[in-house]
Design a protein around this ligand. Sequence first.
Ligand SMILES: O=C(O)[C@H](O)[C@@H](O)[C@@H](O)C(=O)NO
Ligand SMILES: [Mg+2]
Length: 398
Amino acid sequence: MTVSRNLANPAFDGKPMKIESVHGVEFTYPTRRSSDSAGHSHPGPEGLGKLALLTITTDEGHCGYAFAPPEVIRPHVLDAFVRKVLIGQNPFQREHLWQALEHWQRGSAGQLTDRALAAVDQALWDLAGRALGQPVYRLIGGYRDKVQAYGSTMCGDELKGGLSTPEEYGAFAETLVARGYKAIKLHTWMPPVRFAPDTGMDIKACAAVREAVGPHIPLMLDGYHNYSRTDALTIGRALEKLNFTWFEEMMNEQSMASYAWLAGQLDIPIVGPESLSGKHHSRADWVAAGACDILRAGVPGVGGISPTLKVAHLAESFGMNCEVHGNGAANLAVCAAIKNCRWYERGLLHPFLDYDEVPTYLNSLADPMDANGDVHLSQLPGLGEDINFDYIEAHACA
Ligand SMILES: O=C(O)[C@H](O)[C@@H](O)[C@@H](O)C(=O)NO
Ligand SMILES: [Mg+2]
């Protein structure tokens, strides 16, 4: 019995790579998405959005990239924390670098955020993939090469013909099914919409969508995030009658006890926490407290791809799914890497906006979806973002 000898010459020459520079470039791009006073996005007049591209470069010329809000990776954050931890270090030692940054968060007076850790971790994974010539989703697990998407609507609004009535939700749901989506999540009305919150309107919107798409399309509700326990129970019982698949962020996620109470009252799976801080640490407490039936984590929200994987593996250890929060190349890579995530959240969607329009700073979509509702992973090395560097340079802010 012979043993195969490894014939491939390892690329490694014994000299570990070192991070040589960390840069952030802020740039503008046209957008018709604007945020309301609660941070929820809605369609609006075309304006200029601002984004930043984080670039980590090694002494061998390898680069890793991550997009982030400019304030997250502003010069002070890069100067005071990120460069001090990263420069001179081996970019493949992600866990060491991430732990060093997390350690510094406590003493950063709130300046070093989870989203900053996420941008750094994401860029380091992108760099690893580009250096090794492999898509990141394969490096972190490679469970599948395509992931089914659910259409995640924007929050409700007061725009005629938009998402201003239950009937408009129903009509939009029909177009989403026709586009290929095999599941739909509603974000319903929230303040500053004048009549929100309104349990009756939320239930009517869910009933209108169920009526529009029929009994076999999985539906989920992610509505107003601060209902009382009793209001949340009222909605939850209505969703059970409408055969909804999960109920998400219906109360303040800082009250884990409220979620444990509600999960004990309802049969419909409770999903969370989404927006709660605490990374994988707080999510372990939710599992221990029985506060959710399905865990939730998104790369920007929990501090990167690395902690999102920790949440997914925690969930799997308890026989739970971890539904990844949000769209984008990094979240998609995690969805494709693991078994215990049913859907990719594609959105946020609105009748007035074409989600399939490629942003000006990319050459192609990070999450193209076919007519069957499958999102196919890019085979480009790294996270697969086809970045339009010329556009970014031409529209860089001074
Ligand atoms: O609260 C928001 O900004 C949006 O609802 C956003 O988080 C949305 O992506 C969501 O809740 N997904 O589940
Ligand atoms: Mg949500």
